[in-house]
Design a protein around this ligand. Structure first.
Ligand SMILES: NC(=O)c1ccc[n+]([C@@H]2O[C@H](COP(=O)([O-])OP(=O)(O)OC[C@H]3O[C@@H](n4cnc5c(N)ncnc54)[C@H](OP(=O)(O)O)[C@@H]3O)[C@@H](O)[C@H]2O)c1
Length: 321
């Protein structure tokens, strides 16, 4: 099969397009013929050699966890899924080898959702990781409710693009940060207050409107003082969800009863199906999606590394229609 893979860690140039054997699905997996693969920052971080203490590699590694395509084989323990079903899913594993930047990928049956005909394969492939992460942060861990306030850092990225409309769907007022180039896009996502972080201090700006702080902070940036600012911005009894780090070791968390954690997304086909229904029915807008061919994977990783992509990048792998 055609696949993009890396045989050693390194910069985006280690990504090669070549031929690899078609992987076998495990008994509780299906094999999906991939139409499109979503690109996430974690793909390039793993390629660069990060997080080896948590996630092991078997080289050559095909990157990519987000996928949309058609089932072509079903493991012997799998029930409810059939050859020919069009699906999307998050092929997350703690040990990476057979990712979605390829013509075929095995994936746990429990991580799948049906792809509705209303969504294209490229639209579907953009959704799993960011949608599950955002919903598990806002609705599940954060229990965000109507009338509450949320600060979603870095609104124009893949995660922010879906987290903002989800927070609006849950009835919250949403604060976010972006460069002015992305303001119109973020208004179209439903953001109520958009702060140009390049010209003002976002903490000061949010505090002008919310002197007591916000009910929930979704913090996806890393950097000097950012984690502490996120805790300060939560109101007493509020929630702070970190995407990249453990909460800072500061007494303020216990003193003001802040509920906080480093949340790592988990696969959940049932939850994904519920979220997909919201996109299908127009209750959540799709993120902006830019489609690149599979052989532009290295370019997609360079773009992701720039930290300037808006919405989602998706690789078109093969035409299944
Ligand atoms: N824990 C988990 O399970 C999990 C899941 C998903 C993502 N994540 C992590 O969350 C982070 C965001 O993911 P993503 O998919 O949204 O990444 P992304 O799509 O690569 O984010 C790019 C966006 O970040 C914005 N940005 C960059 N610097 C900024 C700054 N200083 N302030 C505000 N916005 C800034 C840019 O908007 P502007 O051009 O407007 O600056 C750009 O649109 C990544 O680190 C990712 O690894 C973790």
């Amino acid at each position: 099969m055609r696949a993009v893979y890396y045989a050693s860690h390194g910069d985006p140039d280690v990504l090669q397009l070549g031929n690899l054997p078609v992987p076998e699905p495990a008994p509780d997996q299906v094999l999906v013929q991939i139409a499109a693969a979503g690109v996430n920052p974690i793909d390039r971080r793993l390629r660069g050699g990060e997080l080896q203490e948590y996630i092991s590699r078997t080289f050559p590694v095909v990157p990519g966890w987000d996928l949309a395509g058609r089932i072509v084989a079903v493991g012997e323990e799998v029930t409810g899924w059939h050859v020919g079903d069009d699906v999307l899913g998050l092929a997350f594993t703690w040990s990476i080898q057979h990712g979605s930047y390829a013509e075929y990928t095995p994936i746990d049956a429990s991580a799948l959702a049906v792809k509705p005909t209303e969504l294209s394969f490229t639209e579907a492939a953009a959704l799993p990781l960011v949608s599950l992460t955002a919903w598990q942060s806002l609705a599940e861990f954060g229990e965000l409710k109507r009338g509450q306030t949320a600060f979603i850092q870095a609104g124009a990225g893949g995660l922010g693009s879906v987290a903002i409309p989800m927070a609006k769907h849950l009835g919250a007022t949403v604060y976010t940060t972006a460069r002015p180039e992305n303001f119109e896009y973020l208004r179209s996502r439903g953001a109520d207050h958009i702060i140009d972080y390049t010209s003002v201090d976002y903490e000061t700006e949010i505090r002008k409107c919310e002197p007591e702080g916000v009910d929930l902070v979704l913090e996806s940036l890393l950097g000097e003082g950012i984690a502490e600012a996120a805790i300060r911005l939560a109101k007493t009894g509020g929630v702070v969800v970190f995407m990249n780090n453990e909460p800072p070791d500061i007494p303020d968390i216990a003193e003001r009863q802040i509920k906080t954690k480093f949340l790592h997304h988990r696969t959940d086909g049932r939850m994904l199906a519920e979220l997909v229904a919201l996109y299908r029915d127009g209750l959540l807008p799709l993120p902006q999606i830019e489609v690149l061919p599979l052989d532009a994977a290295a370019d997609a990783h360079r773009r992701s590394e720039s930290g300037r992509t808006r919405g989602k990048l998706v690789l078109a792998v093969q035409d299944l229609n």
